[in-house]
Design a protein around this ligand. Structure first.
Ligand SMILES: [Zn+2]
Length: 279
């Protein structure tokens, strides 16, 4: 696996080399399940076509079993644009806690973050520790990426890799000059950009990249789609959507990894193998 920096965003649609002759359409965008290198940590970023992913409790349509569909318990938060991390360490889970990152090393849970322009960030280590992070500009300023990495390290993670799903991009993210000054003073002038209409704007992917780099995370993938103008995503800014995409993060069990390594088509492998991209 080659490690790319997030400065060179990867275009999902141009992603090369489908595995094992899988249909090209299954390799694109939100439909694919992606594995972070050899960590065994999986991620799926949903899109509008998958429907509103919010659970009933948050006004959505989706019950908590959601799209993960591998018999795992789906864990989600009441996201508050802060830096609090919830560790999922035992079989009992608490839903809807006010926080913006979930960390776990269990293979029976599916960590879920809801987004509609903020950046959904997955973190993974070869020790099997994973995190799902809700990263908007306020959360980044509050240190949510660093907090998630610190929690992962406390659970045994050493080298951590990360990947960033679709979020709003600078051309669609007009931003007040005062707030932009504050973000730039924290993350550097590379976060300053210009919106399509010429107004000052925030380059959120750039801010995420800096936060990851500062936290010692190697970013292996950054989606190039802008949620506000792709036409494929719910967007808070472009559509005032109450609906949300989900980022689903889970860890393969030993059995699933063995099946994938052996190319077997078992209970889960039949779905997992042909539709999995390795980031
Ligand atoms: Zn855009």
């Amino acid at each position: 696996m080659s490690l790319a920096t997030c400065a060179a965003a990867v275009n999902i649609s141009a992603d090369p080399s489908p595995r094992d002759g899988a249909p090209r359409s299954m390799e694109h965008g939100a439909g694919a399940e992606r594995r972070l290198g050899s960590t065994g940590v999986m991620v799926r970023w949903t899109a509008m076509k998958d429907g509103d992913q919010r659970p009933l409790e948050l006004g959505g349509q989706r019950y908590r079993e959601g799209l993960c569909g591998l018999g795992r318990k789906q864990v989600w938060l009441s996201q508050v644009h802060g830096s609090r991390v919830v560790r999922v360490t035992g079989p009992e889970i608490s839903l809807g806690e006010p926080a913006d990152a979930l960390v776990s090393a269990r293979d029976d849970v599916c960590l879920t973050i809801f987004v509609a322009d903020c950046a959904p960030v997955v973190l993974a280590s070869r020790e099997g520790v994973m995190a799902a992070v809700h990263a908007g500009w306020r959360g980044l300023m509050a240190g949510v990426v660093h907090a998630a990495v610190t929690a992962m390290a406390s659970m045994g993670a050493t080298e951590i890799i990360g990947a960033v799903g679709p979020c709003v991009h600078a051309e669609c993210y007009e931003f007040s000059a005062r707030d932009l000054d504050a973000v730039a003073s924290r993350f550097g002038d590379e976060v300053r950009s210009t919106a399509a209409g010429g107004q000052s704007s925030l380059d959120l992917p750039a801010a995420v990249s800096v936060a990851l780099r500062e936290a010692g995370v190697s970013c292996v993938f950054q989606a190039i789609e802008c949620t506000a103008c792709s036409g494929l995503h719910f967007s808070h800014r472009a559509m005032r959507s109450p609906e949300r995409q989900a980022m689903l993060v889970w860890r393969q069990s030993e059995k699933e990894r063995d099946q994938e390594n052996a190319g077997l088509f078992g209970k889960y492998g039949s779905r997992l193998v042909p539709n999995t991209q390795v980031l």
